[in-house]
Design a protein around this ligand. Structure first.
Ligand code: BES
Ligand code: ZN
Length: 521
């Protein structure tokens, strides 16, 4: 089992974060899950949680009880942080990481997504999650290819490492920016930018496809571009990070390629993000999620692809239920069942905020993380020099499933929004003449829920009747209008879809124009 956070990493973080002047006094705010907190209390009993909150993971599958995990905000000094890292390393052999916070306030905010949600509520729009873009999406799904994903994984893992402080880590960000820029050339509605973080040189990369008519609503697909080798973090330490997380970047990039090839223009804005500095406490994604929150951006859904290519568990895709939104997770499951119906789905949890989806959850946004395996069966090579394409069996078939899922997520959520106009009313007209007492029936009109309206104009005296389901008579009707001219109007309120018939009766010899107006089914 991979060890996630080592003494060495913590030491290098401390060195990087603490300014030389205040190296002695420097403390850090971190949030940890139950397991890591228990280790911290043993190793450094003085480090008491400032605040602990329970985060209830959704009831994972019918029949299973909801799981209660706690998350703890702790202020630690250098010594305590080193002890925590060592304890996690030696005792847990898993469940390592912690989220690093810039201040106590940011740490507290991360503990209460509900409060964050409340302040965002005026701008946030919960999507309908209706799958209504199948005609555009279904033909694209087979166009995604494992060979392209394999190429991107190979290219990214060729960097010596992608650590957040190294030259190669900086170069990997530039490489991704250039790759996406080249792919999107010729599209004036797409921009590729780098997001600069303070305190370290690696930048996040953001590709934005502007929405055509509902662009203030934003859909985010993300993966982290950095890598780590927890045995060493120098310029020359090998950290290929082929699965963690070149695979996520590669899956996302293949979804982008096919969206561009089909010339897809989303109604909502779509952002594809390669995050910097995930491996050292979700630092890149925290800056970016906080930026969106501070700017009141209506991010309607976030998906994180972190590790997509190692097939180590029986099911194809595992939905992680903690630090994610259960309603959006149900939508993601619907996407899998609709567009990749042969795939099997499992559920699991990390028990702590294990990837960038947690940064968005902390800011009150709806986030999901579909993952390659169950938590216990994840790739044993991550965070080492052996996280290579070869050690995933020289294939990218597993990552292809996640690339397809990313495409369906972006294109279903990207295609609609609050700006969707209702379908226009259907209007039909009929003209003719009637002799005394002559009757004429029209319909059925296939009307949807809403108001069905019929009206006449003309000469003489026409009487108008309308009825749901069956043709009206002059004595059986849902509405009638029988004034002494040819100008009549009557309407029926449709509680559900149904047929409507109209009857005209010549009360004297007449000519008429009948107009019916209704919502089409
Ligand atoms: N990709 C991993 C998260 C992961 C690993 C999820 C294995 C499920 C199974 C991620 O890059 C990572 O290493 N996260 C850290 C925590 C983070 C806050 C630094 C971890 O899991 O220790
Ligand atoms: Zn990792």
């Amino acid at each position: 089992m991979a060890v996630r956070f080592t003494t060495l990493l913590a030491a290098s973080l401390l060195a990087g974060a603490a300014g030389a002047a205040q190296a002695q006094q420097k403390t850090f705010w971190i949030t940890v899950g139950d397991n890591a907190y228990a280790q911290l209390k043993k190793a450094a009993p003085q480090a008491i949680a400032r605040e602990s909150r329970s985060l209830t993971a959704q009831a994972e599958v019918a029949g299973k009880a909801a799981v209660k995990d706690q998350v703890h905000l702790v202020e630690v000094d250098e010594q305590q942080m080193l002890k925590l890292s060592a304890a996690v390393h030696h005792e847990l052999k898993r469940c390592g990481g912690f989220m690093m916070h810039k201040s106590e306030a940011e740490g507290l905010a991360a503990l209460s997504p509900q409060t964050q949600r409340a302040t965002l509520a005026p701008v946030l729009t919960r999507p309908s999650y209706v799958l209504d873009n199948q005609s555009a999406i279904t033909p694209l799904v087979p166009q995604l290819q494992a060979s392209n994903i394999a190429q991107t994984i190979t290219d990214m893992s060729a960097f010596t490492n992608r650590y957040y402080t190294t030259t190669a880590g900086v170069n990997a960000s530039d490489w991704l920016k250039n790759k996406w820029t080249t792919m999107a050339a010729g599209r004036s509605d797409i921009t590729v930018t780098q997001f600069t973080h303070s305190g370290y040189p690696q930048k996040s990369v953001i590709l934005t496809i502007n929405g055509t008519d509902n662009g203030s609503e934003v859909v985010v697909l993300g993966a982290h571009l950095d890598s780590i080798n927890t045995n060493g973090t120098t310029e020359t330490t090998r950290a290929p990070g082929a699965d963690d997380d070149a695979s996520g970047i590669a899956s996302m990039t293949e979804a982008l390629r096919v969206m561009l090839a089909s010339n897809y223009k989303p109604r909502r804005t779509i952002k594809m993000i390669g995050y910097a500095a995930e491996e050292v406490g979700l630092r890149g994604s925290q800056d970016i999620a906080t930026w969106h929150k501070n700017n009141n951006v209506n991010v309607v859904g976030v998906m994180q692809l972190d590790m997509t290519n190692y097939k180590g568990s029986p099911s194809d895709i595992y939905m992680y239920t903690d630090y994610t939104d259960s309603t959006q997770n149900d939508f993601v499951v619907k996407l899998i069942q609709t567009y990749q119906p042969t795939l099997t789905i499992g559920y699991d949890r990390c028990g702590y905020g294990c990837s960038d989806h947690a940064s968005w959850t902390a800011q009150g946004y709806w986030s999901s993380m579909p993952f390659e395996t169950s938590f216990n069966q994840d790739n044993p090579y991550i965070h080492t020099a052996n996280d290579t394409y070869a050690n995933m069996g020289n294939q990218a078939d597993h990552a292809l499933k996640f690339a397809r899922l990313g495409l369906t997520f972006a294109m279903e959520l990207g295609s609609d929004g609050a700006g969707t106009p209702p379908p226009p009313d259907k209007v039909e007209t009929f003209s003719g003449s009637l002799t005394l007492n002559q009757k004429r029936t029209f319909g059925p009109f296939k009307a949807a829920t809403g108001t069905f309206k019929a009206s006449t104009t003309g000469t003489g005296d026409v009487d108008l009747y309308a009825r749901k389901t069956t043709a009206p008579t002059t004595t059986s009707y849902d509405c009638k209008s029988d004034g002494s001219t040819a100008t009549e109007t009557c309407s029926i309120s449709m509680a559900a879809n149904g047929d409507v018939y109209v009857l005209l009766n010549g009360y004297s010899a007449s000519s008429y124009t009948l107009t019916v107006t209704y919502k089409p089914q």
